[in-house]
Design a protein around this ligand. Structure first.
Ligand SMILES: Cc1cc2nc3c(=O)[nH]c(=O)nc-3n(C[C@H](O)[C@H](O)[C@H](O)COP(=O)(O)O)c2cc1C
Length: 406
């Protein structure tokens, strides 16, 4: 086992352990409130024996990690988890308990399920409001207050009680498009009632397992059963052997195979009939021909922007630079007015050009083809502008990357 430091949000120091072979598929353990990574050592050892690489870390305000004066807002915990995920060289299966489960659901549901290969939610309630959740909070506080050398900072409980969490978890649940297993103790009471049922039912394809007899922690109280269920899920849904796709088998594996092709990231834009800009993030950009100057992008048939893009006489492809990752997320996400918070202008040929991009191609529609569940939009380039100094935003295996020259 190797111990090391990770950097969380705002540079907060997080202490971590890593076990198992460097090239094995990783499992990331995110403990619950009032726990530390050591509480998960037995699970981590079992996973290592089963051929996995296991990373576990102490959350902020827990164990040997920093107990920062900057605080314990839920979003600071979520950002810590995202920073940890971004530091790993492969997408892990996340095993996350109680508070850890909330963080994982929010990071993956709000940011992108592509950040992980799978998710195991352990005793994760639908929010802090239920009677049992309040009881658990009170007993955690008693334990922390009476300990001579507390293992975690009870001050964090004050900042994690907001009922807004429940709404965020409900909104995140349907967006968890990855293999998810939910484990709960039959006697826990934490993951019970209509809100728990609703939250779990909203997770696409979730597997539900109850661990007989467990009260507080299905992992520590029923270790053997817990490990057996966990390993079975990992073997079935995230196997150790290299994944293989055959026509007709699962689309996720096909996507993962395609994700081995590293790309840049673009935002494809056009004006709708009323002169309003539309646009979406796309990495299916390809150069096609030098003479005539042609390029293509593939747009999903079910993309909201498709009707405008397929009928627009002109469109633009904006290639993103490293500082535009938030813009990429904005144009791939829902709900936000994408152009309101993005600097843009009308280009010489009437298309929305995102200011500060690495390159922008203003195109006339040259051809349109059907391509399965996408359309293939071929543009004839009327004008290209580029910025020779900046680095590109890259995308590889479902994650943003940056150029890195050794
Ligand atoms: C890095 C990245 C690349 C993407 N590439 C494409 C793509 O090539 N074609 C596509 O249709 N959607 C792609 N998407 C997904 C769309 O951006 C996303 O579904 C968006 O919400 C669609 O917006 P709309 O429904 O408003 O058109 C990509 C998303 C990301 C994060």
């Amino acid at each position: 086992m190797k111990s090391f430091n990770l950097k969380g949000y705002g540079g907060v120091r997080l202490e971590a352990d890593m076990r198992g072979p460097d090239d094995a598929p990783p499992v990331l353990i995110v403990h619950g409130a009032g726990q530390t990574r050591q509480d998960w050592d037995d699970v981590a050892c079992a996973l290592e024996l089963a051929g996995r690489r296991v990373i576990s870390f102490d959350m902020r305000g827990h164990g040997q990690s920093e107990w920062p004066a900057s605080g314990y807002l839920l979003d600071q915990f979520v950002e810590d988890l995202k920073a940890v995920l971004a530091s790993l060289d492969a997408r892990p299966v996340i095993v996350a308990a109680t508070l850890g489960g909330w963080l994982a659901m929010l990071a993956l549901g709000e940011e992108g399920a592509h950040l992980a290969a799978g998710l195991v939610l352990v005793d994760t309630p639908p929010g802090p409001d239920g009677e049992r959740a309040a009881e658990v909070g009170a007993s955690l506080r008693r334990v922390a207050d009476s300990a001579r050398e507390p293992r975690w900072d009870a001050a964090l409980l004050d900042q994690l009680g907001s009922s807004a969490i429940q709404q965020r978890l409900m909104a995140a649940a349907p967006r968890l498009s990855l293999p998810v297993l939910s484990l709960k103790g039959t006697k826990s009471g934490l993951v019970e009632g209509p809100s728990a049922d609703d939250m779990l039912a909203a997770i696409p394809g979730v597997e539900l397992v109850e661990v007989e007899g467990a009260v507080h922690s299905s992992a520590s109280e029923r270790l053997e059963t817990f490990n057996a269920v966990l390993l079975d899920f990992l073997e079935r849904r995230c196997p150790l052997t290299p994944p293989e796709y055959r026509e007709g088998s699962d689309a996720r594996t096909f996507r993962d195979a395609l994700g081995c092709f590293a790309t840049g990231v673009t935002i494809v834009t056009a004006m709708d009939g009323d002169g309003n800009p539309v646009g979406l993030t796309a990495n299916s950009f390809t150069s096609v021909s030098l003479d005539p100057p042609l390029l293509l992008v593939c747009i999903a048939n079910n993309a909201g922007s498709r009707p405008v893009l397929e009928s627009a006489e002109r469109f633009a492809v904006n290639v993103l630079q490293i500082g535009q990752q938030p813009t990429s997320n904005r144009f791939a996400g829902r709900g936000e007015d994408r152009f309101a918070s993005t600097p843009w202008q009308v280009g010489e040929f009437g298309t929305p050009v995102l200011t500060g991009s690495l390159a922008s191609f203003e195109c006339g529609r040259h051809a349109l083809y059907e391509g399965g569940d996408h359309i293939i939009l071929v543009g004839k380039v009327m004008k290209a502008m580029f910025e020779p100094q900046r680095d590109p935003l890259l995308y590889f295996r479902g994650k943003y990357r940056r150029l890195h020259f050794a």
